[in-house]
Design a binder for this molecule. Structure first.
Ligand code: FES
Ligand code: FES
Length: 412
């Protein structure tokens, strides 16, 4: 495609800032160049109404409107959305004021599990907005979206009803006004979220500059406790120099991005964590409560939440001890409190993830201490790597359990 613009070369693993409008709100996301629009909507903005089925352009479940036309968001790169106006199913109507299509789907029981429904709603909208729908050709017109469970009669009846009611074109999406994007769970904070963003937009600057309420020290039994140590080759004063510099420290934590320094040793940031196919992005605050220079010990309180209702609070202690041969033993102790869906992963899984994160963190601290440089912002939490490590650990545990059961059963 010739655009008349000079060609720009961008590394495949680079992060790119993309600005566009979603459901009437201007947003900025910082995403890997290869991320498709559906992932940017879901993971960066918390708009999980856009569903992914095949991710190959076949099932139509990921359909959104781009500049008024239906488009498969799994086939569009997020960077291609620059400057466009995107409407997702969240923009079609509200629970109190549903779009006529939503009301008709409800009336005709045109859904069962509902997975295909966002794609059907936006494809139907695209069709009806043009007016003059022929009932005979409706099945063919909507054949680009697949439903696995409810059958198509209710869907076709619903769309035909709306077509009859609005022969000159269906009403525009009713929930597209400039406002903060609120993703699933309605907790907000995802207005300008992005994986690995290092350059906050003016909107997030304003949010980041807001003075936070104090972070409460958690009480009760933590969901998971972490107590890990690792030997590093760097001398203790170099390691402490990294620990004592929160900006460099944050860069060493996989998937973490510092978005604002709020004063009183309090920081706002974002952490992306991947558990196999599940990706979670937490926005939150961290406050340094102890900087013990003599003991090379840093204590922090952190809390975060994502747009899906997951919450975490943590007390973290990092300590660097000198060891023989000029190296350092880096200790990390944490009491982590989880609530929401993430808590259902269980202690074992959360422990494995914490272990993997700490291993990657320790490697980055060692490298940063050795080189004396500031690591570049990360592009995410390496979800597959963590997922694979976790899966291996879970498999090993399962195998050990089975071996034990077999030995006990047969008295081997
Ligand atoms: S997920 Fe996009 S077409 Fe199937
Ligand atoms: S209602 Fe389940 S896939 Fe369509």
């Amino acid at each position: 495609m010739t655009t008349g613009q000079p060609a720009v070369k961008i590394a495949a693993d680079a992060l790119v800032e993309v600005r566009f409008t979603v459901n009437g709100s201007p947003v900025t996301v910082t995403v890997p160049t290869r991320m498709h629009l559906a992932d940017a909507l879901r993971n960066s903005l918390g708009l999980t109404g856009t569903h992914l089925g095949c991710e190959h352009g076949v099932c139509g479940m990921c359909t959104v409107l781009v500049d008024g036309d239906a488009a498969r968001s799994c086939l569009i790169l997020a960077v291609q959305a620059e400057g466009t106006e995107v409407v997702t199913v969240e923009g079609l109507g509200t629970p109190d004021e549903q779009h006529p299509l939503q009301r008709a789907f409800s009336h005709h029981h045109a859904l069962q599990c509902g997975f295909c429904t966002p794609g059907f709603l936006l494809s139907s909208y695209d069709l009806l907005a043009r007016g003059g729908v022929d009932p005979d050709t409706l099945p063919a017109e909507l054949s680009g979206v697949l439903c696995r469970c409810t059958g198509y009669r209710g869907i076709l009846a619903a769309v035909a009803d709306v077509a009859r009611a609005y022969p000159d074109g269906v009403p525009a999406p009713g929930n597209c006004t400039a406002r903060t994007i609120v993703g699933r769970g309605g907790t907000g904070g995802g207005s300008v979220a992005g994986t690995g963003s290092s350059a906050p937009s003016p909107e997030i600057d304003a949010e980041a500059a807001r003075v936070p309420e104090a972070i409460q020290r958690p009480t009760g039994t933590p969901t998971v406790t972490v107590a890990v140590a690792r030997e590093l080759s760097s001398p203790v004063q170099d390691v402490w120099a990294v620990l004592n510099d929160v900006e460099r420290l944050a860069r060493c934590l996989p998937g973490a991005v510092l978005t604002a320094t709020l004063g009183a040793d309090t920081y706002r940031g974002r952490v992306a964590v991947g558990l196999g196919p599940i990706r979670l992005a937490f926005d939150g605050l961290a406050r340094v409560t102890v900087r013990d220079v003599a003991d090379h010990r840093l204590e922090l309180l952190a809390r975060g939440a994502d747009t899906g209702g997951n919450r975490t609070t943590a007390e973290i202690v990092l300590r660097a001890d000198p060891i023989a041969a000029g190296g350092t033993r880096l200790h990390a102790d944490a009491r982590v409190f989880l609530s929401g869906r993430i808590a259902q992963f269980g202690r074992a899984l959360a422990g494995d993830v914490s272990q993997r994160l700490f291993e990657q963190f320790a490697e980055a601290v060692d490298e940063t201490a050795r080189s004396g440089s500031t690591p570049p912002p990360t592009a995410g939490a390496s979800p597959l790597a963590i997922g694979a490590g976790v899966a291996r650990a879970a498999f090993r545990r399962r195998l050990a359990t089975l071996r034990h059961a077999v030995r006990t059963r047969f008295r081997l």
